[in-house]
Ligand binder design. Structure first.
Ligand SMILES: Cc1cc2nc3c(=O)[nH]c(=O)nc-3n(C[C@H](O)[C@H](O)[C@H](O)COP(=O)(O)OP(=O)(O)OC[C@H]3O[C@@H](n4cnc5c(N)ncnc54)[C@H](O)[C@@H]3O)c2cc1C
Length: 611
C-alpha cells in the first residue's frame, strides 16, 4: 500500500519525502525491483540516514519576497556560501535549488552513483563531437545532479586538491589572493581530517569529514601493492605535489555515510537559524537586472506549483548553479557574448565571454577480470549488515577506494601529474557502469576497469545558448580531443594500466586483461598505439570534472567573466561561485577546490558587507 502511494511513503515528524528513489534507480533492472523496494523501506527506517529533523521541509512561496542574499544552486558551492553567510544572524539568506531533497539511499557509500540517469540527474548530453565519442555518434552523456547536494550526490565522494603550481598560475595570471599559499588555509578550514589531524596541509576544525577507507578491501591493498611494483609510493592525495598511488580520502563520515555539502554546511542549521531558508524544487529562470545601472536586484524563479515568483535582494545574488547552470542563467539575463545573445532577441546588459573556456577531464578505460567470485551482491543480508553494523558490501565505495596521480611521458619531472587512475568494480550498484559494477549473477567472476584520465587537457569547449527560453537547454560542446596532444597521456595511461594488470600482485588474483577489440577499432592490432588512439576517440569517457565557463581573471583578460573577488565584471550585485570560475582546472577531483573557492568567496562577501 505504502509503495503504491506516489506521494511518498515515509512521513516522519511531519516530513514529506520524495517517492521511492530506489524504484527509479532500478528501473532498468526490473528483476531487482522487489528487493530494492524492500531496501528502500528499510533504509527509510534508519533514523540516521533519513535524518528527518535535518531535511528541508517545503513551505509555501510568496509572489515576491526580499532578503539580503539569494544563492542560486544547492550543489557543492551553494550550501557552503549559504551556510557561511547565515552565520550572521542579521543577514537573511535564501538558497534556491531546482531539484528535490537528496534521497537517503544516496548516503550509502556503495550506492554512490545510483542517482545517475534518474530524475535527480539533469541527464545532459554533448553536441556531436568531431574527434571523440565516435562510437556513440559523437554524443557523450553528462550526468549532473538536479538535487540538493548537486552533482556531488552522484559523485565518488573522493577528496583531492591538485598541484600547488595550478593555483600559483591562477595568481600569476592576474588573480591576487589565489596562489597556493593563499588558498591552503581555506582548504584546511573546510576539512575535518581524520587521518592526518591538523598538519601543514590538513585541518580538523571544518564541517567536512575526510578520511581514507576504514574497512580496506583486499583488492584495494592489492592495487596499492601493484602500484609499488611499478615504482609508485603510497601518498597523501592532498599533498602539494601528489604523485603516486593512494587509498583515496573521501568525504565519508565515521558512521559510513557519504557527506555532501548540503549535509555538512546546511542541515545542521536548518532548524536553528531562522535567517536561513532553502527552497527546493525552485528553478531560477532569470536574474532581475536594472539594465541602466547594470545592477542585479533579484532572481525570478518557477516553483513546484509552476508559479513564477520573485526574490529581491538587499545585498547580492550569488550564482552557484554549476558549470552549465551559471553561464546559462547569466546569458538568458543578458550577460554574455553579444554576438550570441542579440540574434536570440536578448537585450545585452554586458558583453562578456560567458560559456567559453570550458574544461573537462577526459578519460578512457581498460577492462580486466579477476579469478575471484563476485561476493558483493545487493542482498537482504548486505542491507542488514549495513543498516545494523555499517559493514559489508554496502559500506564501501569498492574499487574507488584507490586512486593514483601520475606523470605521463609527456611531462617533465616537476610538472603536475597529468594522469589520474580510477578503478571501477567491487561495488554493488545496479544503475551505472554496468556491466563493470555489480548486479551480476553470484557465480560470475569479478570484472573491473582501470580508467586513466587526462588531468591537463589543452582542448577548450563552450556552453552556448540555444534559445532565450530559460527552459531550453544550452548547447554543450566540450570539444573533446580537438588537440591531438590530449590523446597521448591517455595512451600512456592505458599502457600503464596494462602493466598494472600484469604485476605480480594482480596476477596472484588471476588478473586477465580484456583483449576483445573494441567496436570500430578491430582494424588495429590490440594494444598497439593506433589501437589505443582509436579506443580513446571512439569510446571516449568524460570524467565529470568540468570547469571554467565563467572564468576568473582581471579586466584586461578578454576571456574573464568574474574578477578575483568573483564579482561579474561591470555588473553590480552579483558574484559567481562554483566550478565555472576556475580559470585553469586543478589536476584533481574538483569538489575540494570548489569548496575552497566557496569558503574564500564567503570571506569576500562578509568583508564587503561587514565594513
Ligand atoms: C559521476 C560523477 C562522479 C564524480 N566524482 C567526484 C569525486 O569523487 N570527487 C570530486 O571531487 N568530484 C567528483 N565529481 C565532480 C563534482 O561532483 C562536481 O565537480 C561538483 O559537484 C560541481 O559543483 P558545483 O557546485 O559547481 O555544481 P553542482 O554540484 O552541479 O551544483 C549546481 C546545482 O545548481 C542547481 N541548479 C542548476 N541550475 C539551476 C537553476 N536555474 N535554478 C536553481 N538551481 C539550479 C543544480 O540542480 C545543482 O544542484 C563527480 C561528478 C560525477 C557526475
Amino acid at each position: 500500500d505504502t509503495y503504491s502511494n506516489d506521494k511518498g511513503f515515509c512521513v516522519q515528524n511531519n516530513m514529506h519525502v520524495e517517492p521511492s528513489f530506489i524504484r527509479e534507480l532500478c528501473r532498468s533492472n526490473p528483476h531487482l525491483e522487489e528487493f530494492m523496494v524492500a531496501a528502500d523501506i528499510l533504509i527509510r527506517s534508519d533514523c540516521y540516514l533519513i535524518d528527518s529533523c535535518r531535511r528541508v521541509v517545503e513551505q509555501p512561496n510568496a509572489d515576491e519576497e526580499e532578503v539580503d542574499f539569494v544563492v542560486v544552486g544547492g550543489g557543492v558551492a551553494g550550501p557552503v556560501i549559504a551556510g557561511r553567510l547565515s552565520e550572521n544572524p542579521n543577514w537573511t539568506v535564501t538558497l534556491l535549488e531546482s531539484g528535490p531533497e537528496q534521497p537517503a539511499a544516496t548516503d550509502i557509500p556503495a550506492l554512490l552513483s545510483s542517482a545517475i540517469s534518474t530524475k535527480y540527474d539533469w541527464k545532459y548530453s554533448t553536441v556531436p563531437q568531431k574527434n571523440a565519442c565516435l562510437a556513440y555518434g559523437g554524443v557523450c552523456g553528462w550526468p549532473r545532479g538536479k538535487v540538493l547536494g548537486g552533482t556531488a550526490v552522484l559523485s565518488g565522494s573522493m577528496y583531492s586538491r591538485g598541484h600547488r603550481s595550478i593555483y600559483d598560475r591562477w595568481l600569476k595570471n592576474g588573480n591576487p589572493g589565489w596562489g597556493y599559499d593563499d588558498v591552503l588555509p581555506f582548504f584546511k578550514m573546510s576539512e575535518n581530517n581524520r587521518d592526518y589531524g591538523t598538519s601543514q596541509v590538513h585541518g580538523t576544525g571544518g564541517p567536512i569529514p575526510v578520511q581514507m577507507p576504514t574497512d580496506v578491501l583486499p583488492i584495494s591493498r592489492t592495487l596499492i601493492e601493484a602500484g609499488k611494483e611499478l615504482g609508485y609510493e603510497h601518498i597523501d592525495m592532498s599533498e602539494a605535489d601528489p604523485m603516486g598511488f593512494s587509498l583515496a580520502q573521501a568525504m565519508i563520515s565515521p558512521a559510513r555515510t557519504r557527506v555532501t555539502m548540503a549535509t555538512a554546511y546546511l542541515r545542521p542549521h536548518l532548524r536553528s537559524r531562522r535567517n536561513l531558508r532553502v527552497k527546493i524544487n525552485c528553478h531560477a529562470t532569470r536574474l532581475l537586472v536594472n539594465a541602466a545601472t547594470r545592477t542585479v536586484y533579484g532572481v525570478e524563479y518557477v516553483d513546484r506549483t509552476n508559479n513564477t515568483r520573485r526574490l529581491l535582494v538587499r545585498k547580492e545574488v550569488i550564482l552557484s548553479a554549476g558549470v552549465i547552470g551559471s553561464p546559462h542563467l547569466l546569458m538568458v539575463s543578458g550577460i554574455g557574448p553579444a554576438e550570441d545573445l542579440a540574434p536570440l532577441g536578448i537585450r545585452v546588459v554586458q558583453d562578456l565571454r560567458v560559456g567559453y573556456n570550458l574544461q573537462h577531464h577526459v578519460a578512457s578505460r581498460l577492462g580486466f577480470r579477476l579469478n575471484v567470485t563476485h561476493d558483493r551482491q545487493l542482498s537482504y543480508e548486505a542491507l542488514g549488515q549495513y543498516l545494523k553494523l555499517r559493514a559489508g558490501p554496502l559500506s564501501t565505495t569498492g574499487g574507488l577506494q584507490v586512486s593514483a596521480f601520475l606523470r605521463s611521458d609527456r611531462v617533465g619531472p616537476t610538472d603536475p601529474a597529468d594522469v589520474q587512475l580510477f578503478f571501477d568494480g567491487f561495488a554493488p550498484n545496479c544503475a551505472y557502469a554496468q556491466p563493470a559494477y555489480g548486479c551480476t549473477a553470484p557465480a560470475e567472476l569479478v570484472r573491473m576497469n582501470v580508467r586513466p584520465v587526462n588531468l591537463m587537457p589543452l582542448s577548450r569547449g563552450t556552453i552556448r545558448l540555444a534559445s532565450a527560453d530559460p527552459f531550453v537547454r544550452p548547447k554543450i560542446d566540450p570539444n573533446y580531443l580537438a588537440e591531438d596532444a590530449d590523446v597521448e597521456p591517455l595512451v600512456w595511461g592505458l599502457k600503464l594500466a596494462s602493466r598494472l594488470i600484469h604485476t605480480r600482485a594482480l596476477q596472484k588474483l588471476g588478473a586477465t586483461m580484456d583483449t576483445t577489440a573494441a567496436e570500430h577499432c578491430q582494424q588495429h592490432t590490440f594494444a598497439t598505439d593506433p589501437y589505443w588512439r582509436c579506443l580513446i576517440r571512439y569510446h571516449t569517457r568524460g570524467e565529470n570534472h568540468h570547469a571554467g565557463t565563467c572564468k576568473m581573471g582581471p579586466a584586461s583578460d578578454p576571456g574573464a567573466v568574474v574578477d578575483s573577488q568573483l564579482k561579474v565584471h561591470n555588473v553590480n550585485g552579483i558574484r559567481v561561485v562554483d566550478a565555472s570560475v576556475l580559470p585553469l582546472q586543478p589536476n584533481s577531483n574538483p569538489i575540494a577546490p570548489i569548496v575552497m573557492v566557496a569558503e574564500k568567496a564567503a570571506r569576500f562577501i562578509k568583508d564587503t558587507w561587514n565594513r
